[in-house]
Design a protein around this ligand. Structure first.
Ligand code: FES
Length: 61
């Protein structure tokens, strides 16, 4: 499933970028050597980043 239709960035690629340390959508775009176009995906990326951080927090407890 694509998270970013403009740049063809898939959900698994976003998760891989987050696992590699991306903490902001701009870092995900940078990793994929592209830039936001319409930016409709930015909120979804932020949600995925927040969810990953929350999962880490629960795992650490
Ligand atoms: S959907 Fe990602 S920039 Fe448009």
């Amino acid at each position: 499933m694509y998270v970013c239709n403009c740049n063809g960035i898939r959900e698994r690629e976003v998760r891989a970028a987050i696992a590699a340390g991306a903490e902001r959508p701009v870092e995900i775009f940078r990793l994929h050597q592209c830039q936001p176009q319409c930016a409709k995906c930015v909120c979804d990326m932020r949600d995925m980043i927040d969810q990953a951080h929350e999962n880490l927090r629960f795992a650490a407890e």
